[in-house]
Design a binder for this molecule. Structure first.
Ligand code: KIV
Length: 261
């Protein structure tokens, strides 16, 4: 049985914390799904972590669909949430509805995520049965407008972020990502909302935590302050590739075991 928006609501009601991880391809989706991760986020962070872009802005609908399909094919139990990429929903409500529909219909996602105070679009999508995960605080699609990847909601700005979160809940969002906000604000929004809050750089008191898988696995050289490495996969890959090359160079691979008669 796939995890649903009702399961996530129940987790919050039971005080049960959960995790969300980014996934961009089929094998990692399968591994995360089997490890019991309830929500896989095909984030537009695919642009930085997989496609070699310097930020999220160039990511297209085509690219998102390509990765969402691969992840959806690898997820048996996890809910798959797909990011609406930059300029796929900002210009008009109709375009936002159409593109959200594509991520569900052509991509196989169960829900979409969008950034910022787009209450009307969240309301419309919820009305037609497309669950929406909202995202406030540091919203990477507005990186230029924010003047860089910086903490949001300090001082007087806290009320604005709290109010945005309240409005998005009212509009029908089933969960909300809080990115790079002070821990006290993360806790306050979590108390104020009925829907689960998913923190990334929002302190320890949100209902769930999300990390970029490539940060967690040690595939990225630089980490944001809020991310933590749980493995050193870059070194593991480096060592494996060097061992293979050394075997080939000294004629040890392929050996008899790995050759056909
Ligand atoms: O695109 C993404 O991966 C995200 C998460 C970091 C929340 O939006």
């Amino acid at each position: 049985m796939t995890i649903t928006i009702h399961d996530l609501a129940a987790f919050k009601a039971q005080g049960r914390r959960f995790v969300v991880l980014t996934a961009y391809d089929h094998p990692t989706a399968r591994i995360l799904d089997r490890a019991g991760v309830p929500v896989l986020l095909v984030g537009d962070s695919v642009g930085r972590n997989v496609l070699g872009y310097s930020n999220e802005l160039p990511v297209t609908m085509q690219e998102m669909l390509h990765h969402v399909r691969a992840v959806a094919r690898g997820a048996e139990r996890a809910m798959v949430v797909a990011d609406l990429p930059f300029m796929s929903y900002q210009a008009s409500l109709a375009e936002g509805v159409r593109n959200a529909g594509r991520l569900i219909k052509e991509g196989g996602a169960h829900a979409v995520k969008l950034e910022g105070p787009h209450d009307e679009l969240v309301h419309r999508l919820s009305e037609i049965g497309i669950p929406v995960m909202a995202h406030v605080g540091l919203t990477p699609q507005s990186v230029h407008g924010l003047g860089g990847y910086r903490v949001q909601g300090r001082g007087e700005a806290a009320q604005r972020v709290l109010e945005q979160a309240r409005q998005l809940e009212k509009a029908g969002a089933f969960a909300i990502v809080l990115e790079a906000v002070p821990a006290a604000l993360g806790a306050e929004i979590t108390r104020a909302l009925r829907i689960p809050t998913i923190g990334i750089g929002a302190g320890p008191d949100t209902d769930a935590q999300v990390l970029v898988l490539h940060d967690l696995l040690g595939l990225n050289e630089e980490l944001p302050r809020f991310a933590k490495r749980y493995a050193e996969l870059a070194s593991v890959i480096d060592a494996a590739v060097r061992a293979f090359a050394a075997d080939v160079e000294r004629g040890a691979f392929p050996d008899e075991e790995h050759s056909y008669r």
